[in-house]
Design a protein around this ligand. Sequence first.
Ligand SMILES: [Zn+2]
Ligand SMILES: [Zn+2]
Length: 104
Amino acid sequence: MAGLMTDPLPCPECGGTGQDLSVPRYVLMCMCCYGRGVVGGPDDPEENPPASPPDPPPAWEHRVWKNPVVAAALSCRYCLDARRVTRIDEVARTLVTADCPVCA
Ligand SMILES: [Zn+2]
Ligand SMILES: [Zn+2]
């Protein structure tokens, strides 16, 4: 993404001091530039939002399978030892039961 970064600019709110002097006798951090005195740089929080949390893992990767007791008790993770699986036949619009393709 190099080249898309905005060059830092002196903060228009505080003039580059990083201080908010709008309250008499108090020196506050400028909330426009977060006290940095510049805006738009690569460290600007508004240009670098925190990464969104990763997608939840698929059911196949569910942490229950990391439990050795569960993994040992069920030899087939696809049919859960039923030996048969039921699915919806999209063409016939009926439930179809078939042998488990993994263990049968
Ligand atoms: Zn500022
Ligand atoms: Zn199976």
